[in-house]
Design a binder for this molecule. Structure first.
Ligand SMILES: [Zn+2]
Length: 396
């Protein structure tokens, strides 16, 4: 068998580093055969500049919003952003599909091998059916009013059923809530029943007004409800933060990806830890730093997440709130803004952690022998090899 032998400035195997004397050996079909010293690798070593890593796991994306590329305003805050998305999201189906096709190709080329992807419609089904990537489809329920619960759940169940026809080892599907500010109490209860033991997500504390909405019934989010024709908040005032209001609705062994967490506070992190341990949930923090800079021009309190040993994964969010769909670019933003966090940790978030959380670590996320995780080359600065450029490409 003709093995492929790859050598770069560094190899990151999903867990830690191997030095520049190491060679990654693969079968022609991409199956990992091992990492060996170059003296044992024999002939035919390909020499590359940069960091070799397993394929990236993008733990939060909305493929079907790809047509909103370069059309949303930046740095206007979440509420203004949401109002603009609601107004501008519709487009011709051909245009939507064309952009989904391009986005899927971009993800593949820059090294993403698996995606937790939010779906509101069936627009991406055909493309995902043909895709080489793994997809966890999160059929996202939005429903502000208890009285509309069954109608909305029925509607999203129809989308769910369409996706489920495709279900394989590489393609899984579940319902998921959109956000604390778009789900009524009875809808949360119905979703808790419908998602027992599933991997779900929720946009959590993404905007600065979200806690205020539940603590006082006031704040920035009233502008969003006004745009939807509602004079006041449709939700009960709990006097608690957003997270402490919604998380207790979940009791059924779910793994919950908390996406963004831009305005999470330490007391919420402690609450989530205590509650999830007592109730058998798994809580995972999904960071999408470029989207946070795009919308709110701020970043989540990652040091607090590390202080409390939280499980972290990385997503790109969508083209509505990002300049590209690139995990390498998210990694660069994290490593530039949190230089005290070891690059090894940040790379784990983008590889093995995502694979473990989404249930694909048998196949993806590390260079363990026998896996086919894909191989990505992350570009580094020519003068300082510890600095990322934000670019990457898939080799295998
Ligand atoms: Zn999102």
């Amino acid at each position: 068998m003709q093995y492929r032998k790859l050598k770069a400035d560094k190899i990151f195997d999903g867990f830690g580093w191997f030095d520049d004397n190491s060679v990654l050996v693969l079968e022609p079909n991409g199956t990992i055969r091992g990492i060996v010293h170059q003296d044992e690798a024999g002939e035919g070593i390909e020499e590359l500049k940069g960091i070799l890593t397993p394929g990236f796991i993008n733990s939060h994306c909305h493929l079907e919003l790809s047509h909103l590329k370069n059309s949303m305003p930046t740095r206007e805050g979440l509420v203004n952003f949401l109002i603009t998305v609601i107004k501008n999201r519709s487009a011709k189906k051909e245009e939507i599909v064309e952009n989904i096709v391009a986005a899927e190709k971009e993800l593949f080329a820059n090294g993403v091998v698996a995606v937790a992807d939010i779906c509101n419609t069936d627009h991406a089904i055909t493309i995902k059916g043909k895709s080489e990537l793994y997809w966890h489809n999160l059929i996202e329920v939005i429903n502000l009013y208890d009285e509309n619960k069954q109608k909305q759940i029925n509607h999203f169940n129809l989308v769910l059923e369409q996706y489920k026809i495709l279900n394989t080892e590489k393609l899984t599907t579940t319902l998921t809530p959109h956000a604390p500010y778009s789900i009524s109490a009875e809808t949360f209860k119905a979703l808790n029943k419908a998602t027992a033991n599933s991997i779900i997500s929720i946009h959590n504390q993404e905007g600065s007004g979200e806690n205020e909405l539940f603590k006082t019934g006031k704040g920035d989010f009233l502008k969003l409800f006004a745009a939807l024709g509602e004079a006041k908040s449709p939700f009960a005032i709990t006097g608690k933060s957003s997270l402490q209001t919604w998380l207790p609705y979940f009791t059924n062994g779910q793994t919950i990806l908390l996406v963004h967490n831009t305005y999470i506070q330490e007391e919420d992190i402690v609450f989530a830890k205590t509650y999830s341990e007592a109730s058998g949930l798994k809580i995972v923090y999904c960071l999408c730093p470029n989207a946070n800079l795009y919308i709110e021009n701020t970043l989540p309190p990652i040091d607090l997440l590390l202080k409390h040993n939280c499980k972290i994964v990385i997503g790109t969010d969508s083209y509505a709130s990002n300049w590209q769909l690139s995990i390498a670019s998210e990694l660069k933003t994290l490593s530039d803004n949190f230089p005290h966090i070891p690059l090894q940790s940040i790379l784990q978030w983008g590889t093995i952690n995502g694979a473990e959380v989404l249930g694909w670590s048998n196949a993806l996320g590390s260079f363990k022998n026998g896996k086919k995780p894909g191989v990505v080359l992350i570009e580094t600065n020519t003068l300082n090899k510890d600095l990322l450029t934000g670019k990457s490409r898939r080799l295998i």
